[in-house]
Design a protein around this ligand. Structure first.
Ligand code: NDP
Length: 358
């Protein structure tokens, strides 16, 4: 990709989201003009935090766009050289997976790319895909790379994962088959955590609310691959700025098991007056019990548990480090900042304050 003209706005779809908001923040901080899309620019909860960002008054424009409304996306990308397509429904349990997940994700991606082709000005699209498009059943004995694709999901099994896989495949197919003047770079983050710029509770940060809120009957053998939201935003900006960036980039820092996460939280005082799990259910008997008990969970959680219990994701993030120069923040710091942020936004009660010495 040739040099960018910084006077052209960078379009960020899903600007109000957990990841989208941080991308907007990073772009503004680096002096870019930004055109963010939101479903309803009049909804204060979606836009007030964006309007308050440094540089927003001068360089941020917010426009309405809906993934399944091609005209709204066409208007959003007019004149842009770079489009960051982050908007996609991120929920595990829905009434109708085709209507609520797959259609908006896949049609939205195709519509966004078709809008970029029509605009003629676009040189690069950075797409927020997911590790969900890489696997939905990590194999503890195999290291995942950018060459891996999730082949297991369906409308019945991990439908969110399915939506992300189909959307990313549709994007690659689009740039292969259509006559486009832009290149496509894809970021595949693992579970994204960290401080939120917006008041809403993101599905991934919600795991910690569930963990201290007694959602788990015991410590189960789940191991999460995680990455800080600010690193994910940096990855998007680097994917835009590094001319040689190409293909997919696994964006995952490291893994942490539920047992390790519980130990960390307890050490830092998050066990006080909370319902952090105690009972060890992370052995072979526990795995069996959790899989049996999964049938009483909501549908989306059920298939997630069945495909993740007892499995440790392993991955190689060398490509994003070597080619985009991304440095990951220490995970424990991210987790503790996430906890403080959940308190800040009222999703968790604060820790009891330290006794003050008289
Ligand atoms: P959020 O739910 O915070 O943000 C999703 C964004 O998508 C919101 O801005 C939302 O807009 C927008 N959106 C959803 N449906 C539509 C629609 N039909 N039309 C227009 N906009 C829509 O999630 P995240 O920030 O976490 O996710 C952003 C992207 O990152 C998604 O593509 C997600 O799949 C991906 N991702 C997330 C991970 C995570 O752990 N959080 C991990 C890996 C990938 P509105 O505010 O109007 O609802």
């Amino acid at each position: 990709m040739s040099e960018l003209a910084t006077e052209q706005p960078v379009c960020v779809t899903g600007a109000s989201g957990f990841i989208g908001s941080w991308i907007v923040e990073r772009l503004l901080a680096r002096g870019y003009r930004v055109r963010g899309t939101v479903r309803d620019p009049k909804k204060a909860r979606s836009v007030d935090h964006l309007k308050a960002l440094p540089g927003a008054a001068e360089r941020l424009e917010l426009v309405a766009a809906e993934l399944q409304d091609p005209a709204s996306l066409e208007a959003a990308v007019v004149g842009c050289e770079v489009v960051m397509h982050t908007a996609s429904p991120y929920v595990l349990t829905v009434d109708d997976p085709q209507r609520d997940l797959v259609d908006p994700a896949v049609e939205g991606t195709r519509n966004a790319l078709a809008a970029c082709r029509k605009a003629g000005s676009v040189k690069r699209v950075v797409l927020t895909s997911s590790m969900a498009a890489v696997t939905d059943e990590p194999d503890s004995t195999r290291v995942l790379t950018e060459a891996d694709w999730n082949e297991g999901s369906s409308l019945e099994r991990n439908p969110y994962y399915y939506s992300k896989t189909l959307a990313e495949k549709a994007a690659w197919r689009f740039v292969e088959e259509e006559d486009v003047a832009f290149d496509l770079v894809v970021i595949n983050p693992f579970m994204v955590i960290g401080p939120s710029l917006s008041p809403g509770l993101n599905t991934s940060n919600g795991v910690f609310v569930g963990l201290v809120g007694g959602e788990y009957p015991g410590i189960v053998s789940l191991t999460w691959g995680m990455v800080d939201v600010r690193d994910v935003a940096d990855a998007h900006v680097r994917a835009m700025e590094v001319p040689e960036a190409s293909g997919r980039y696994l964006c995952a820092n490291t893994t942490i098991s539920m047992r390790e996460a519980v130990r960390l939280l307890r050490e830092k005082g998050w066990g006080e007056g909370r319902k952090l799990p105690k009972l060890g259910l992370d052995g072979s008997v526990g795995d069996m019990l959790v899989k049996l008990g999964a049938q009483f969970q909501p549908k989306g959680v059920r298939s997630y548990l069945r495909t993740h219990i007892g499995r440790v994701p392993r991955f190689d993030h060398a490509k994003i480090v070597d080619e985009l120069g991304l440095a990951f923040r220490p995970l424990e710091e991210s987790i503790l900042e996430t906890m403080d942020d959940l308190v800040k936004w009222g999703h968790l009660d604060p820790l009891p304050s330290e006794p003050t010495s008289a």
